[in-house]
Ligand binder design. Structure first.
Ligand code: PMP
Length: 427
C-alpha cells in the first residue's frame, strides 16, 4: 500500500508539532511505523492522504459508535454552526443533553459539561477533595483517566506508600497524594484504605479497563469498592469516558448494577466533537461554584455544536435494539478472530465487553496491568502493521481497545476476519 503522502506529511508535521502529533499514541511509536494522515471518513471506513481506504476499529478512540459522518449528526452540527459556534452563555441544548444524561445515569442527578475527558476526571477529583476535605486519591495501575497531574502517577517502588510521577513536570509533592492499587484486587484496596484511614477523598476507576486493552471487573470487585466507599466515606468516581453509552446506553453502571457517587463521561456524548461531563449526587455536585466553593469553569463548556452532536447521537442510540445489534456484530467478529488465531495455532486471548475488545498476544486471561504487560508487544506490532496493509485500522497499541460501530457491515467483519487469517498464517 502506498502511504508516501502520509509519511511526507509526518516529516512536515514534526517540524512544527512536537513528535508530529497532538496526542502521543497517534505517532504509532510502539508499532514502529509512520502514522496515517487522515483526510476523511464515512460509516465504517476511514481514508488516508494517499487515498487508501481502511475498515476502522478505532472510531476516534470510541466516540464514533454510529460510524463516521452519520447524516443526522452532520446535519445537527451544520444547523448549530449556522446559529453561532460559541456564545459562552447558557443555552437550552445544555439542559437537554444534561437531562438525557441523567435519564441514562440516574445517579448523575446534576451534570456539568466540560470539553474533554481529562477535564471531567480532573474536575471530579477536585470536587471529591473539596467535598470530603481529604487530599489523597486512589487509582488503579493501568487505568487511564486523562493527563491531570494527580493522575500521571504510578506506585512507588518497594515499601514506599507514596505514588511517584510518571511524567517530568508532575511535582513529587502532588504525586504523593495518589495511591495506586492493582485492578481487580479488592484486598489490596482494603489494605490501602486501612493504612490511610479517613485520608482518602475518592477512588477512581474505569469500570471496564479499556486503557490496558479490555479488562472486565471480576464479579464482586465493583460491589466491594462500592461497599468500602460507603463504609469509609470515600467518593466512588466511576470513569465512564470510554464505557459510557458504549457497553450499554447506561454504560457499565447499568451493565453491572453498581453506581458511583460521581461519574465521568466523554467521547460518545459529543458525537465526535470535543466534550466531557461529570455529574453525581446533588449533595456533592452542589459544592461546585457558583453554588458552592469548589471552583471549576470553561469558556467552551456546553459548546452548542458539541451539545447538538451529542443530543442527536444519544437520540439515535436510544433506538430499539441498537445495543443488541452492536453486541451481535461484536460477537461475530470475536468468534471470527478467535477462529483465525486458532487456525494458525496462535496463542492470543481476545477479551470483549459489548462493543469494545482487545486481542492480547498472550494466552491470558488478563485481569490487571501486570497480566496485560505479559503480552508480546513486538508480535502485536507486526500484526498491527500487517493488518493495516490489509486495509484494517486497529488501535496502534497492544494496550488499547478496539471499537465496533453500528455502521460495520457483515462484509466489513468478514473482510476483517479474512485479513486476520491471512496475517496470523504469515506471522
Ligand atoms: N478517561 C478515560 C477512561 C479515557 O479512556 C480517556 C481518554 N481515552 C480519558 C479519561 C481522557 O479523555 P480525553 O482524552 O478526552 O481528555
Amino acid at each position: 500500500m502506498n502511504q508516501k503522502t502520509s509519511s511526507s506529511l509526518f516529516s512536515r508535521a514534526r517540524q512544527v508539532i512536537p513528535g508530529g502529533v497532538n496526542s502521543p499514541v497517534r505517532a504509532f511509536k510502539s508499532v514502529g511505523r509512520d502514522p496515517l494522515f487522515i483526510t476523511r471518513a464515512e460509516g465504517s471506513r476511514i481514508y488516508d492522504a494517499d487515498g487508501n481506504c481502511y475498515i476502522d476499529y478505532v472510531g476516534s478512540w470510541g466516540p464514533m459508535i454510529l460510524g463516521h459522518c452519520h447524516p443526522k449528526v452532520v446535519e445537527a452540527i451544520q444547523q448549530a454552526a449556522a446559529n453561532g459556534a460559541s456564545f459562552g452563555a447558557p443555552t437550552e441544548k445544555e439542559i437537554i443533553l444534561a437531562e438525557m444524561v441523567r435519564e441514562a445515569y440516574p445517579n448523575m442527578e446534576k451534570v456539568r459539561m466540560v470539553s474533554s475527558g481529562t477535564e471531567a476526571t480532573m474536575s471530579a477529583i477536585r470536587l471529591a477533595r473539596g467535598y470530603t476535605g481529604r487530599d489523597k486519591i486512589l487509582k488503579f495501575d493501568g487505568c487511564y483517566h486523562g493527563h491531570a497531574d494527580s493522575l500521571l502517577v504510578k506506585a512507588g517502588s518497594g515499601a514506599a506508600t507514596f505514588g511517584v510521577p510518571t511524567s517530568p513536570g508532575v511535582p513529587a509533592d502532588f504525586a504523593r497524594h495518589t495511591l495506586t492499587a492493582t485492578y481487580n484486587d479488592l484486598d489490596e484496596v482494603r489494605n490501602l484504605v486501612n493504612t490511610n484511614k479517613a485520608e482518602i477523598a475518592c477512588i477512581i476507576l474505569e469500570p471496564i479497563a479499556g486503557n490496558m486493552g479490555c479488562v472486565a471487573p471480576k464479579p464482586g470487585f465493583l460491589e466491594g469498592l462500592r461497599q468500602l466507599c460507603d463504609d469509609e466515606g470515600i467518593v466512588l468516581i466511576i470513569d465512564e469516558v470510554m464505557t459510557g453509552f458504549r457497553v450499554a446506553y447506561g454504560g457499565a453502571q447499568e451493565r453491572y448494577g453498581v453506581r458511583g457517587d460521581l461519574c465521568c463521561l466523554g467521547k460518545i456524548i459529543g458525537g465526535g466533537l470535543p466534550v466531557g461531563a461529570f455529574g453525581g449526587k446533588k449533595e456533592i455536585m452542589d459544592h461546585l461554584s457558583p453554588e458552592g466553593g469548589v471552583y471549576q469553569a470553561g469558556t467552551l463548556s456546553g459548546n452548542p455544536l458539541a451539545m447538538s452532536a451529542g443530543i442527536t447521537t444519544l437520540q439515535l442510540l436510544k433506538e430499539e435494539g441498537f445495543y443488541d445489534r452492536i453486541e451481535e456484530k461484536s460477537t461475530y467478529l470475536e468468534q471470527g478472530l478467535k477462529a483465525a488465531a486458532e487456525k494458525a495455532s496462535f496463542p492470543t486471548c481476545l477479551q470483549r465487553v459489548g462493543g469494545m475488545f482487545c486481542t492480547y498476544f498472550q494466552e491470558g486471561p488478563v485481569w490487571s496491568f501486570t497480566d496485560a504487560a505479559k503480552s508480546d508487544t513486538e508480535l502485536f506490532a507486526r500484526f498491527f502493521r500487517a493488518m493495516l496493509d490489509e486495509g484494517i485500522n486497529l488501535a496502534p497499541s497492544q494496550f488499547e481497545a478496539g471499537f465496533m460501530s453500528i455502521a460495520h457491515s457483515k462484509d466489513d467483519l468478514d473482510a476483517t476476519i479474512a485479513a486476520a487469517e491471512k496475517v496470523f498464517a504469515r506471522l
